[in-house]
Write a protein that binds this ligand. Structure first.
Ligand code: 5GP
Length: 191
């Protein structure tokens, strides 16, 4: 998605060879128009899949997942992150490491929000090692819902997450792929 690449080059900064700061677009601020374009793109790519629900993880996945759900005309569910499993008997819970925070958090989805009748599209902001994605996939599978695909705004393809999910057989669509952040420089992968 060329417009997104342009904005990344203009607005992102490289924290180190593994981490990109993209606060103005994905992780702290939101450009509603650009976010709607992302949602339209995901909705178009998965239009043939009869999606009944979009799912994401709070908080950075929510805007683009909302935009996708709006265009597809289906509800959105977001997994909440919690530090304790206590008192959540009616929820699916999965513990995952957090890439940016260096801690583990629990992903929680209330059981009544996902059912075996659902065909789910999982949307997220960035994929690095894929831990958050694998945690959410375990939740979707426990619910019996069908995972029809995964849409990620930004894949850092030098980290293993996207590749691992494709190797497991999931359809993974990304809007932008970054192949390196070495030497303080953003290098996009050839699309
Ligand atoms: P993973 O579980 O795939 O290792 O990491 C996924 C989550 O960590 C994403 O949802 C994203 O919020 C955060 N994350 C991963 N890499 C980056 C990065 O380079 N920059 C920022 N700002 N967040 C990241």
């Amino acid at each position: 998605m060329d417009i997104l690449k342009e904005r990344i080059l203009k607005e992102a900064s490289v924290i180190n060879a593994g981490v990109l700061k993209l606060d103005s677009l994905l992780n702290h601020g939101v450009d509603p128009q650009l976010t709607m374009e992302m949602g339209k793109e995901f909705a178009a790519r998965f239009s043939g899949e009869n999606i009944t629900k979009v799912i994401t993880v709070e908080s950075s996945g929510i805007p683009v997942a909302f935009a996708t759900a709006l265009v597809l005309g289906v509800p959105l569910v977001f997994a909440r992150r919690k530090k304790t499993l206590l008192g959540e008997p009616d929820a699916y819970c999965e513990r995952v490491p957090s890439f940016t925070k260096g801690i583990v958090t629990d992903l929680i989805v209330s059981r009544h929000l996902l059912s075996a009748d659902d065909s789910v599209l999982f949307i997220d902001d960035i994929i690095a090692n894929g831990d958050a994605a694998r945690g959410l996939i375990r939740i979707i599978e426990q619910s019996g819902a069908k995972l029809k695909g995964i849409g990620i705004v930004l894949e850092k393809s030098f980290q293993a997450g996207g590749r691992t999910l494709r190797d497991l057989g999931y359809r993974v669509e990304t809007l932008v792929r970054i192949q390196s952040l070495d030497d303080n420089t953003i290098t996009f992968a050839d699309e």
